[in-house]
Design a protein around this ligand. Structure first.
Ligand code: HEC
Length: 136
């Protein structure tokens, strides 16, 4: 009975799968994360209608999210300052969106500071992402 020799291999494989699963996000798994954070902050889950409103409103500053990403971001946007083309934000129209946690966190932080002069709350992120996922 030498089966136990394979235990370290099995453990390494399991660990490897665990790690890669943590890195490769999907829009749905990110939404789950924001929903869970919002719920634990007592704010409930994301809502697509609220996300659309949030995206298309100004929040005390000059820009809204739509200023660069477009009002309905199923197509390309254009940066309000540099006029660089921004690829569509809705995952159904751009499969690369919301698959990289570091990128998502970085841009939410940066863009929310520009638009709201603060970071977005988990509920606001859940609202926006729930709306973007609903665009088909
Ligand atoms: C001044 C222009 C500008 C504004 C305003 C803006 N963004 Fe962005 N956003 C960008 C640019 C540039 C990128 C990075 C380039 C890219 O990913 O296409 C980006 C990327 C993102 C990403 C990364 C998504 C991914 O997975 O690739 C998210 C999320 C995002 N923006 C959300 C928002 C939200 C929410 C708002 C409003 C609070 C907002 N943005 C307002 C310019 C802007």
């Amino acid at each position: 009975m030498q089966w136990f020799r394979f235990l370290p291999v099995a453990a390494a494989l399991a660990l490897g799968f665990g790690v890669s699963a943590a890195i490769a996000e999907t829009p749905a798994s990110l939404l789950e994360r924001f929903n869970a954070e919002a719920r634990s902050a007592g704010e409930g889950a994301g809502n697509p209608a609220r996300g659309q409103e949030f995206f298309n409103q100004t929040h005390g500053n000059e820009w809204k999210c739509a200023a660069c990403h477009g009002a309905v971001p199923t197509g390309k946007g254009e940066h309000a300052v540099t006029h660089k083309v921004i690829e569509p934000m809705a995952p159904a129209f751009n499969p690369q969106r919301f698959t990289d946690t570091a990128k998502v966190d970085k841009w939410f932080r940066r863009n929310c500071k520009d638009v709201l002069s603060r970071e977005c709350t988990a509920r606001e992120k859940a609202d926006v992402l729930a709306w973007l996922i609903s665009l088909k």
